[in-house]
Design a protein around this ligand. Structure first.
Ligand SMILES: N[C@H](CCC[C@H](N)C(=O)O)C(=O)O
Length: 284
């Protein structure tokens, strides 16, 4: 089975193109393929281009735990770079149909910079979703390991919980992330988690715990959600450079919290994976 591996600021994906002849494996085999020790290792699988009548290309986004994601900012930049490398697109705008909606992409600088209209961020509980009365989920409280934290929730197709914290660390992200991710009594579809540090009106720093993937070095949808929260808090302007552990993503917030995300995507190589990988039972 042939995969095209890319990364976006250290958030890596395997592109599985139906034209290479392999069907999408079932979730249990996606877990084996993405495993860092038993498989190729990846933060997810991008399955496409797929036929669609809503956009130029269709795309499915799969997490390493076998769950399907509505949107992935880094995944969209990587898939766009793949289409560019395959000669299927140039530097004219094109559209991609995802479970979380249709996005418009424009490739710049010969493929070194990819701009994605990610859609509008919503803070509304019924869209994210967050249980409880219909409301915007702003500056609410949650207790974790005996300590109370304040958070904002947002969706850009996939769900996010953002905790403004003055100083954070990968350790804190790995402590709070899994608890919040799986707090389905409050977040019925689970959630991505970001720790947000405001640097100034045009810069934020985030640590990321991804739904279905765990700690990652960068995330485009997380950057979009965290920047939107920083703007909603009144702490940042419309143009925000998001400093992820793996590198920087430029977010611009337009009318009604429409987000434009710009960043790179890097080709790692093509890999022929032996089918033996998929016959394993991976210890949990
Ligand atoms: N794990 C995420 C999808 C990938 C998000 C991230 N890799 C990005 O770049 O946006 C979810 O289940 O919503």
């Amino acid at each position: 089975m042939k995969f095209h591996k890319y990364h976006a600021l250290g958030n890596d994906y395997l592109v599985l193109d139906p034209a290479d002849g392999a069907p999408l494996p079932p979730p249990q085999q996606i877990v084996a393929i993405c495993h860092r020790n038993f498989g190729l290792g990846s933060d997810g699988i991008l399955y496409g281009p797929l036929p669609t009548d809503r956009a130029d290309f269709g795309l499915q986004i799969w997490n390493p735990d076998g769950s399907e994601a509505e949107k992935s900012g880094n995944g969209l930049r990587i898939f766009s770079k793949y289409l560019f490398d395959q000669g299927k697109v140039g530097e004219q705008p094109f559209t991609i149909d995802t479970l979380g909606g249709v996005v418009t992409v424009e490739i710049h600088q010969g493929g070194n910079s990819i701009e994605v209209e990610m859609g509008k961020v919503s803070f509304h509980s019924e869209k994210i979703p967050v249980t409880g009365p219909p409301r915007e989920v702003l500056n609410e409280e949650v207790e974790i390991n005996g300590q109370v934290y304040r958070y904002y929730a947002a969706t850009i197709g996939n769900p996010h919980v953002v905790l403004p914290i003055d100083s954070h660390s990968p350790k804190l992200a790995c402590e709070l992330g899994p608890v919040l991710e799986k707090m389905t009594a409050r977040f019925p579809n689970r959630t991505n988690v970001q720790l947000l540090q405001i640097v100034d009106r045009n810069n934020i720093k985030i640590e990321i715990w991804e739904r279905g993937a765990g700690y990652t070095l960068a995330s485009g949808s997380s950057s979009s959600a965290a920047a939107a929260v920083a703007h909603k808090m009144g702490a940042c302007d419309e143009s925000i450079l998001v400093h992820c552990p793996g590198g920087d993503i430029q977010i611009n917030i337009g009318e009604d919290y429409a987000v434009t995300m710009t960043g790179p995507a890097t080709r790692v190589g093509e890999f022929l994976m032996d089918d033996e990988v998929m016959n394993q039972v991976i210890p949990s």
